[in-house]
Design a protein around this ligand. Structure first.
Ligand code: G6P
Length: 609
């Protein structure tokens, strides 16, 4: 997730902005840049890699001025490079941006036809050109920004300066965070509180659709129609460390709560036209190639492998293509039968997992095409694949993967829908219905997060259990595996995930009054079957925590605890039931006092075999 810092006042902007960007480093980034105004030409300095590279550049080519904007970039559109680093400029208009502009291709085409030349591969540069277009047509800076923002769709937080009106700095937000810091005769703006805490604790939180125009003496907040708004400031008492985590106790919890946004970003820009056709910008395979496929391999490790297990359901159901799924370290040594009619899908949050990378090389070495689902732009796996579907989860810092997993499921679903349409196994009407469900998913996930208090209380009750069993069937079985993995990873409690129907072939021997059994039993095709399995557990005294959906009433009184997630389509229920799995593991770990964000012996990215 990118970081924005802006300053307008009487001090030199550069040191303030660099210090602010440093305090946003925890968000992850791949390049950085700054622009200051000093009466004349905007002073833009950008560098790939760590902030120190930008600082070295600034030592050689200082950027003076008492107004400025800065940025750390986490690539989404366009690889990490100096050219793609922010700020972006069109004549005297200079922009930094966090978020994703969904209609950027359409706008870019229009602007190019009007004679605008683009220097980068980013969606951000569009904003600079749009503002510049309105400015050149006679609007003042403020009106030009407002006009431009009314044309863009998607999510943004922006900070913008204009060489011709150097006493102003404008910022606005829709979907991405932006906070204002109020000083004496100076203002700060940043995508997160820690960037400004050493200067002020008086903050104003911008809401979606709000825009603010700063001069050193005053700020004016309006909506995008130009209506003035009055907002109260808040005094922030957080410590710098708390501020980094957005007030959450751990990164993992913050990332669990970021999921609605992450899902919306992963869907953004990928549904096109009235029909809701699926557009996967960097897939690297044309329709003809997709039609010619005879088999799919899905390869991954850890949590990403669990996503792949759900992906198999999606692709087989919607595209009627046979899918084999394997753990990367197994695949690479089993001499798999890959050929030019097969497609290998590698799933990796980091894009650097050694076994997954080796499996990719193995598959491509055998003549098959390979596409990856990845969260880190330009990572090794993304670079070496024929195509890539990026999950736009933003950097994941907690070692236990959460938002990366649910966005992987969305990416797999988009791919399955695309395959289904191209191969003629999914009608336009069915696809549209599924897309509609997908579009409301982020909001429903927000509702699922309201289960937090109930699950926290449950966690207290079950924290001393020695073992846990997780049961699920069909596309809920991988979620049982993921629930068990989350618990193991961060609470160090032994947990096993099992297909519910397989319980009678072994795990049933473990059941007694000391064994909590989490049963995933949302309303889907196998509901009745899973209820039978659940009753088998109850009959043996096992303590059932049931994860059901909608208005579920039949299980009331039968089970120890009943968690109800919002209703959605069968395909999307695995995303919904993941949330209580994450929260249960999280709260048990917190009660036990383990190191939630950095559990013992585990690494975020495993780059050795
Ligand atoms: C490590 C992490 C897991 C992750 C797995 C695969 O084990 O701790 O959270 O699921 O690697 O990582 P990847 O980056 O390839 O998804």
């Amino acid at each position: 997730m990118c970081g924005i810092v802006g300053y307008i006042g009487s001090q030199q902007a550069t040191p303030i902005i660099i210090d602010g960007l440093r305090r946003l480093e925890y968000r992850g980034y791949d390049s950085a840049g700054i622009c200051t105004l000093n009466g004349g030409e905007p002073q833009i300095r950008r560098a790939e890699g760590k902030l120190i590279n930008l600082e070295n550049l600034l030592r050689e080519q200082p950027a003076a001025g008492t107004r400025g904007i800065g940025h750390t970039r986490w690539a989404t559109h366009g690889r990490p490079s100096e050219i793609n680093a922010h700020p972006h400029r069109a004549s005297g208009i200079v922009v930094v941006h966090n978020g994703i502009i969904e209609n950027y291709l359409k706008l870019k085409e229009r602007l190019q036809q009007a004679g605008h030349n683009f220097n980068s591969e980013t969606d951000t540069e569009i904003i600079a050109h749009l503002v510049e277009e309105h400015f050149r047509a006679g609007d003042d800076f403020e009106t030009a920004v407002r006009q431009a923002l009314n044309e863009v769709e998607g999510a943004y937080a922006v900070a913008i300066v204009c060489a011709d009106e150097p006493d102003k700095l404008i910022a606005a937000k829709l979907g991405s965070p932006l906070v204002i810091g109020q000083g004496q005769g100076e203002y700060f703006v940043a995508s997160d509180i820690p960037a400004m805490l050493s200067h002020t604790r008086e903050m104003v939180f911008l809401e979606d659709g709000e825009m603010v125009v700063f001069t050193p003496q005053q700020m004016r907040i309006t909506d995008l129609a130009g209506q003035a708004l009055v907002k109260q400031s808040k005094t922030i008492t957080w410590s710098p460390l708390m501020a980094e985590k957005g007030g959450y106790k751990h990164f993992m919890l913050k990332e669990i709560y970021e999921q609605p946004r992450a899902l919306a970003d992963t869907i953004a820009g990928r549904l096109q036209g009235e029909e809701g056709d699926i557009y996967l910008e960097d897939l690297g395979l044309d329709d003809q190639q997709l039609q010619g496929l005879e088999k799919i391999f899905i390869i991954a490790c850890g949590t990403s492998w669990h996503a792949g297990l759900v992906g198999k359901f999606y692709i087989e159901k919607l595209a009627r293509l046979q899918v084999e799924i394997d753990i990367a370290s197994e695949f690479r040594y089993r001499d798999p039968i890959v050929n030019e009619k097969s497609l290998t899908i590698l799933i990796s949050q980091s894009g650097e997992t050694a076994d997954t990378l080796a499996a990719l090389r193995e598959a491509r070495g055998k003549g098959g095409k390979a596409v990856c689902i990845c969260n880190v732009v330009d990572s090794s796996i993304a670079r070496e694949s024929d195509g890539v579907i990026y999950t736009h989860a933003g950097p994941e810092i907690g070692v236990a993967s959460t938002k990366a997993f649910t966005t992987q499921l969305v990416a797999l679903y988009l791919l399955a829908l695309k395959l289904g349409r191209v191969r003629g196994t999914l009608s336009a009407t069915d696809c549209r219905e599924k897309v509609e469900q997908l579009l409301v998913l982020p909001r429903k996930l927000e509702e699922a997060l309201e289960l937090d208090t109930q699950i926290e209380a449950l966690a207290r009750e079950f924290m001393n259990a020695r073992d846990f069993l997780y049961l699920g069937r069909g596309n809920q079985y991988p979620i049982a595996l993921e629930g068990a993995l989350k618990l193991k990873e961060i609470s160090y409690i032994h947990a096993e995930g099992y297909p519910a129907g397989e319980m009678k072939h072994g795990p049933i021997a473990l059941i007694d009054e000391n064994l909590p059994v989490v049963v995933l039993v949302p309303h889907n095709a196998t509901y009745d079957k899973v209820v039978s399995n659940l009753e088998e557990v109850c009959a043996r005294g096992g303590k059932v925590i049931a994860v059901a959906s909608g208005e579920e009433a039949a299980l009331e009184g039968k089970v120890e605890a009943l968690i109800r997630v919002p209703e959605t389509s069968d395909d999307l229920l695995p995303i919904m039931t993941t949330v209580p799995m994450q929260l249960l593991a999280y709260h048990i770990a917190v009660h036990k006092g383990t190191d939630v964000d950095q559990p013992r012996n585990l690494a975020k990215s495993v780059t050795v075999e």
